[in-house]
Design a protein around this ligand. Sequence first.
Ligand code: HEC
Length: 314
Amino acid sequence: MNLKLLVASGALAACASTETLATSADEQASNVTFSAQEWQTLHTLSPLPDLPVDTTNRYADSAAAARLGQKLFFEPRLSGPIQTGTPQEGQLGAIGDKYKIACRNCHMPESAWLYDIRSNNGGPIPNATALGSLWMTRNVSSIVNTVFYVNHSGAHWRENDGYSDSEWFDAQSEPEGPPVQNGSRLQLAHLIFEHYRADYTAAFPEYPLDPGLANYARFPATGSPYTDAANWNALSAADQEIVNRILVNYGKAMEAYLRKLVSRNAPLIGSSPATHTRSTRVRSAASSCSSARPSASTATTRRCSPTTASTRSA
Ligand code: HEC
């Protein structure tokens, strides 16, 4: 069963009954129950199994790769020019400013579940969509426990629409996404060469960085198949390969870090199913949490600390 779909459908069910959950969980305790089938489904969520093995990333459990991924998660110099947004909306700089947007600005440690509490387009729903270099069309999902988003055959389901098939490929899309960080893989290669050489070499000793990366005439400051494509297309195939390898290894380091963002401490399911009600579920899930936005529904605002999520900056 696809855990993400399961969680997503659970979230939808919670949203549908938001009003009742928000008014009084205790009042609901006696008259809203999960069916046996729902309980069977819920029990597949807890306790969490071991981390899924990722046979596509040999660095997935490398401590050195995770350290590099963590540093890059907090690194705004991956990002290109800001294209829209105001300080009132939560934008992180002026139009045209670069080096302002890191992963951590949308997946915010301040929110504990690593979602966005910064951007706000003034609409009726705060933080409804993410503000990167442009407004994105979706709100930011939590990245805690996303490593478990695999189905029974081991295939990954990334993003809400299944956009990518691995954690490491998924991570590659953010620096180059024009609405997200609006940077490019050439910018990333230079950043790693100039500021993370030791970390990169420790994580990927099989792939020493090419000293030619110091030469900006050979490797322009920016460029990818999507942004500043002329710079990219002017590279030789061998030089494109050098940059592509860095992009791939960056994604693999990011996956190694994301695999550390695991929370096993939400007591979602406790004793006998017969004694459980929807409100019991909400109350027990919230027992180690505090409300992030008291005016909103209980179900959507629970706020727990991931056990191993680290908020250390690079
Ligand atoms: C501008 C805001 C923004 C930035 C910056 C950002 N993300 Fe995201 N991220 C999002 C949004 C929006 C989603 C939800 C996408 C969806 O619904 O499909 C998301 C979802 C994710 C997910 C969840 C994927 C899943 O399987 O559900 C991961 C993992 C992730 N981002 C990692 C990163 C990493 C790593 C970086 C930095 C390299 C990053 N994000 C930077 C906005 C952002």
